[in-house]
Write a protein that binds this ligand. Structure first.
Ligand code: SF4
Length: 434
């Protein structure tokens, strides 16, 4: 039996998913006040949210006349029953995820303070976190199941069509009763059947050895509704993927689907896992957590933003803030660097006190803007890229700027390797007993 407990789950909600839940059209670029509020809600949650994830394998699953028996508890859901029956499911995973109570308390406070905009964006971000947590739980289960020649069915919850919400207390009670470890956070069911904290979700994932059946019956394939862009096991494209990715590179999309549908492994160009970085691992770990934001888009491309803080060497050591923005291609392409920019952070004044800025501002800023190291190459190439080992913390000299680009690219490399390793080593994050 597997059991998964995670109190530090990934909360990197994909911008496209957040935008969808906010109700904006797919091609709308958030700007102005909307962008400010969206970024504020994401930042507030990163600082204050306490999300958690729990999942465990049920010991027994039986389908009887009109009901589903999980560990001896009866549930009635014609739709879930049909799914389990058609997939010849032999087991199930019970899962619970929550964005935590902090977000709910804050959004109530905002409402009482008559800040409806902030309230709305934070509430929706909470919903996006819950969706993301369940998606990523599904992704971890998929990786675990694939390595055992099994498949995970789409998750299903009380309150979904053909599963009455009044069965929610029963499922929660089962989750609490049979867990080897307690749920990482408190969840209650209100009389209405709703969960408290309301940004929580409990669900059942069916489990089958008949992977061929899952491929043939689209209803049984979770991938169509799964936004996990960098999944290496995807069987069918995500149905909400942006249109441009379907028209711009149809062959790649189809190629991925065909390879998977044929049951053959998708060719993956991975990053070097045991890389020898120029920067020490503790610094990379800290920067990855504190300065770097990585978002995976629907088409599998990656947006990375790194916030650098340094100081001028003279003029009383003024603090300078620079922002690095990169767009990387998909994992299976080897994360090619497609776009790369660096410039002072909005509102930064410190850079105006750098020596070279004071002597020839335009020359310095043009040079910073034009330098795009490793553009078009794989992110992995940073490991062999020759650059100065040390430099002052300003941007005056090309060698200083090259050194900083090295720090940024290594941090992104480190963070992506860590993410891939976490997914690949899923088995080690689960407590297994049998
Ligand atoms: S894309 Fe499919 S295989 Fe991959 S995590 Fe999502 S549901 Fe699982």
């Amino acid at each position: 039996m597997i059991e998964l407990v995670d109190t530090l789950p990934d909360i990197n909600v994909q911008p496209a998913e957040y935008k969808r839940l906010l109700g904006y059209p797919r091609d709308r670029v958030l700007d102005g006040r909307a962008r400010e509020l969206a970024e504020w809600a994401r930042g507030w949650y990163a600082k204050n949210g306490k999300p958690w994830v729990y999942a465990r394998e049920a010991q027994t699953v039986q389908l009887t006349n009109g009901s589903i028996l999980i560990d001896g508890v009866t549930f009635a859901s014609p739709k879930l029953q049909k799914m389990l029956h058609e997939a010849e499911a032999h087991g199930a995973i019970l899962a619970a995820v929550s964005a935590g109570p902090e977000l709910e308390a804050e959004s109530q406070r905002l409402w009482l303070e008559e800040k409806p905009d902030e309230y709305f964006f934070l509430e929706i971000f909470g919903s996006a976190v819950v969706e993301h947590l369940m998606t990523m739980t599904g992704a971890r289960l998929c990786a675990w199941a694939e390595s055992r020649k099994m498949a995970v069915l789409p998750h299903y919850s009380p309150g979904y069509p053909e599963w009455e919400i009044d069965q929610q207390p029963r499922l929660l009670e089962l989750l609490n009763r049979t867990a080897q470890q307690p749920l990482p956070g408190k969840v209650d069911v209100l009389e209405s059947g709703m969960l408290k904290p309301k940004k929580s979700l409990i669900a059942v994932f069916g489990l089958t050895n008949h992977t061929d059946r899952v491929r043939k019956l689209t209803d049984l394939v979770a991938c169509e509704n799964c936004s996990f862009g960098s999944c290496q096991y995807r069987r069918v494209p995500y149905r909400r993927a942006p249109e441009f990715s379907k028209t711009e590179s149809p062959s790649l999309q189809e190629e991925l689907a065909i390879e998977n549908a044929a049951g053959e492994p998708v060719k993956i160009a991975t990053l070097t896992r045991d890389a020898k970085y120029a920067v020490n691992a503790r610094a990379l770990d800290r920067w990855a957590a504190e300065r770097l934001t990585i978002a995976t888009n629907d088409d599998g491309t990656i947006d990375a933003v790194f916030k650098y803080e340094g100081s001028t060497c003279s003029n009383m050591g003024r603090t300078i803030h620079f922002v690095y923005r990169l767009k990387l291609g998909r994992r299976d392409e080897g994360y090619p660097i497609r776009e790369i920019t660096c410039g002072p952070a909005p509102g930064d004044e410190g850079h105006r006190f750098m020596c070279r800025y004071m002597t020839n501002a335009e020359h310095l800023m043009v040079a910073i803007d034009h330098e795009k190291p490793l553009l078009g190459q794989s992110l992995n190439d940073v490991l062999a890229w020759q650059r100065p080992a040390m430099s002052p913390s300003c941007y005056c000299e090309p060698s200083s700027r090259k050194h900083k680009w090295g720090l940024v690219l290594e941090t992104i490399h480190y963070a992506l390797v860590k993410r891939e390793t976490e997914i690949a080593n899923l088995a080690t994050t689960m407590v297994e007993s049998k």
